[in-house]
Design a protein around this ligand. Structure first.
Ligand code: FAD
Length: 286
């Protein structure tokens, strides 16, 4: 006999938040992670242990707009929608194009990638170097939290009961001047889970570095970023001296601690991560 589960699909965000306030529900946006997480054997529907609330259709969660120099992206925008939107930064589009195949990109959302908190989430290294802030809403109001504080471990996020991630805010991303790079190494260009992900952000003042941000994915339980290491590059002249590059590579070598798994070895991941770092720091950033 097929088991019945309760599911909700409200017309508005406020109705959805009221339900979440009354009852602990599993939130489903695109469902591309949820359905895999709860899958049963072939031919048997997934077993989700709670009532379900669908949010992917809510127009309040699908807006993309500019406020001052910040870009606000609705959490339920699908990858395909973001690829078609001219305001989305090119590096983010580059990262999205490496995710899965079009069928998954038509369902999967940016908010889902964040809330799933996989160490191999492809948008995450980039969102970290953009210093993304997350707008969370519940019946008690809104709060804004930095992505690096929100993601706490493998599939562990700091979401309070009853909260929905409504927007991803990329501060000052529409300001000219920063050079942002995204690289993913997997078995093929897309439709493969990352062995290593890397994002680099650099802003120059003439030949000097004003700010640099560096982040690695799939080489630890969460994204690896170190503001202390980044600060050491502030004020340095471009092109960087070999000794400066080697120092930063050595510093990251101490904190990048990948694991061996069915996708790759720890040694391969670490070697590739540090090679990507060296490549980024050696670029002329014109
Ligand atoms: C075949 C396949 C290939 C894939 N390839 C890749 C890949 O190459 N790279 C990659 O990074 N990922 C990949 N994924 C994983 C997945 O597609 C992405 O992580 C996607 O972004 C998840 O979005 P979603 O909307 O489907 O999330 P869902 O499955 O709906 O949700 C994921 C989690 O986030 C929570 N959640 C979702 N939205 C919100 C919200 N707004 N507020 C609060 N909680 C929320 C859900 O409750 C759930 O816990 C793949 C998945 C499949 C099935």
């Amino acid at each position: 006999m097929v088991e019945k589960i309760t599911s909700y699909r409200f017309d508005r965000l406020d109705q959805t938040l009221c339900q979440l306030n009354k009852e602990d529900c599993a939130i489903i946006a695109g469902g591309t992670d949820v359905m895999v997480l709860h899958k049963s054997r072939r031919g048997v529907p997934p077993k989700i242990p709670k009532p379900i609330v669908f949010i992917d259709h809510l127009s309040e969660l699908k807006r993309v707009y500019q406020m001052d120099k910040d870009l606000h992206i609705g959490a339920c925008c699908t990858y395909s929608e973001l690829l078609e939107n001219p305001i989305i930064p090119i590096p983010l589009k580059k990262a999205i194009k490496t995710i899965a195949a079009p069928a998954i990109r038509n369902r999967g959302t940016l908010g889902g990638n964040i809330c799933n908190a996989s160490p191999a989430g492809d948008t995450l290294p980039l969102l970290y170097v953009y210093n993304a802030k997350l707008l969370l809403r519940s019946v008690n109001g809104d709060r804004v939290v930095a992505i690096r504080d929100f993601i706490q471990g493998v599939r562990r996020i700091q979401r309070e009961p009853g909260e929905i991630l409504t927007e991803i805010i990329l501060p000052s991303v529409l300001e000219e001047g920063a050079h942002v790079v995204f690289e993913k190494v997997g078995n093929r260009n897309a439709d493969a889970i990352a062995k290593v992900g890397f994002a680099g952000y650099i802003r120059l003042n003439g030949p000097r570095i004003d700010e640099v941000r560096l982040c690695f994915g799939a080489v630890g339980p969460t994204m690896v970023r170190s503001i202390d290491i980044e600060k050491k590059l502030q004020g340095k002249m471009i092109p960087l001296a070999d000794a400066d590059i080697s120092q930063v590579v050595a510093d990251f070598g101490k904190i990048i601690k990948p694991i061996d798994d069915h996708r790759s070895t720890a040694l391969y991941r670490k070697t590739v991560a540090l090679n990507l770092l060296r490549y980024f720091l050696s670029m002329k950033h014109m």
